[in-house]
Design a protein around this ligand. Structure first.
Ligand SMILES: [Fe+2]
Ligand SMILES: [Fe+2]
Length: 245
């Protein structure tokens, strides 16, 4: 068996144990399989399809908060927590600290590609416009130095993408736009406090930011994702990623 076949067999065994059939969204598998090919459904043997809580995932509270998403759906958040703490240590405003805490949540819980844009839309209905704007543009600014604040092109990007990588034209366009914007420095401060080589021995607790989040993130009373905001559906997809429809 190839590695892929072994992985598929293991997955099949796992889904056999579930009493609901999981059909993965195209984005889960695109590239690993040709997205144009018809989806091979497992034989359903009379089973129903997944339409809610996936038993393989921890159950979310009935009225989830931002921190519940951190606890139950996001990967280790050390990078975000340490960036937020560094921003605080550097005397940044609450808006900047919050922006640092949230800047990569798309990567932590949703999707990597264009993570700044996705992350900004996720949080936009719940934060000051300046915070979501900064999250959106940190993605482009990350690739461009600003000596005035001591920000250099990240060494890590040379390793990750190679020395000859140049950002796509849309990234450069958005950098140029952001460069002239009144909130430029807010987005730039995310980059300045965006730690790649963080200290793995330093543990920062989410609760350190309870007050800042309480003052600057509008928690909907129905629960995050169960409200009617323009991005509520994105939070619901993170909560129920395998829902059939
Ligand atoms: Fe980022
Ligand atoms: Fe980051």
């Amino acid at each position: 068996m190839t590695t892929l076949q072994r992985a598929e067999a293991a997955e099949q065994a796992m889904s056999d144990e579930l009493d609901r059939i999981v059909v993965k969204s195209v984005i889960y598998t695109s590239g690993e399989r040709d997205p144009r090919a018809p989806v091979q459904r497992p034989p359903d043997q009379g089973k129903r399809y997944m339409m809610g809580d996936d038993p393989r995932l921890p159950r979310m509270p009935d009225k989830p908060t931002l921190f519940d998403f951190f606890k139950y759906r996001f990967g280790p958040a050390n990078h975000l927590l340490q960036s937020a703490r560094l921003a605080q240590k550097n005397g940044a405003s609450e808006k900047v600290v919050l922006a640092c805490l949230l800047h990569d949540i798309a990567i932590a819980g949703f999707i990597r590609s264009d993570h700044g844009y996705w992350g900004a839309q996720l949080v936009a209905p719940y934060v000051d416009e300046e915070v979501s704007w900064a999250i959106r543009y940190h993605q482009a600014l990350r690739f461009f130095a600003d000596e005035s604040v001591g920000y250099r092109y990240p060494e890590a990007y040379i390793k990750l993408f190679g020395p000859d990588y140049t950002p796509e034209p849309y990234i450069e366009r958005d950098y140029r736009y952001a460069r002239e914007h009144k909130w430029y420095m807010t987005a730039r401060l995310i980059c300045v406090n965006d730690l790649y080589a963080f200290d793995p021995t330093v543990q920062v607790a989410l609760e350190e930011f309870t007050d800042i989040v309480g003052r600057n993130f509008k928690q909907p009373k129905e629960g995050l994702g169960l409200d009617a905001s323009p991005s509520a559906h994105m939070w619901r997809t993170i909560m129920w990623p395998t829902k059939y429809l």
